[in-house]
Design a protein around this ligand. Structure first.
Ligand code: SF4
Length: 200
């Protein structure tokens, strides 16, 4: 049982597992030694690094902007949210005295999946807390497509984020195994299948 939210070491990337199957995240925290670093994870990291180099040469027009200061690998943490992570890039725009802060996440994917969206919302909320600003949008930069997808940080997504994060906190606090995913096809290729005796 954890009483202090700052003791809860959730990473923003944990939303990926939570959306895929909450039980995967449970295993990650309870059996961290069994989780291998897959080729896909390594490749994704390397792709993000390469994109940062390309980003330096790219115009901000891909984000619909004409000016702004780009900051890379912005470390963020929130004891209130019990979250920590590193935003790939933050664009700080000074539009005639009206500041806009825009998080950007580079993804080695051709789809802006729901787990990516939740991660972006997490960065937005941590930026709001750390920088004392309001974040109204972010971008998912899809590396294979060389395209930036704008994501509005609106009430609907904030609520979805809060529900996911509350579920993760509840799992950690009660240290209970969540129900298996209803999508059995995920179990077929899951690296944790041997620990789930109630599926397949
Ligand atoms: S085997 Fe299925 S239920 Fe178990 S962790 Fe994997 S996806 Fe989730």
């Amino acid at each position: 049982m954890l009483d202090d939210p700052s003791d809860i070491p959730f990473r923003v990337t944990d939303f990926k597992q939570w959306v895929y199957c909450p039980r995967v995240l449970y295993y990650h925290y309870c059996l961290p030694a069994v989780r291998p670093v897959t080729y896909k994870m390594r490749a994704g990291s390397e792709a993000g690094q390469h994109t940062e180099e390309l980003e330096e040469r790219r115009s901000l027009r891909v984000y619909g902007l004409t000016s702004g200061e780009r900051r890379y690998n912005v470390a963020l943490a929130s004891a209130r949210l019990g979250l920590r992570g590193v935003a790939d890039m933050v664009i700080d725009v000074d539009a005639g005295g009206a500041r806009e802060v825009i998080p950007v996440d580079f993804k080695d994917s051709d789809q802006a999946g729901p787990h990516f969206v939740l991660q972006l919302v997490a960065y937005a909320l941590m930026l709001e807390e750390a920088w004392g600003c309001s974040v109204r949008r972010g971008f998912l930069y899809l590396i294979p497509l060389r395209r930036a997808e704008e994501v509005p940080i609106d009430r609907r997504l904030r609520t979805r984020f809060a529900n996911a994060r509350d579920g993760m906190m509840a799992m950690l606090n009660r240290e209970g195994m969540p129900a298996p995913t209803a999508q059995v096809n995920k179990c077929v290729v899951c690296e944790f299948r041997r620990f789930c005796n109630d599926v397949l």
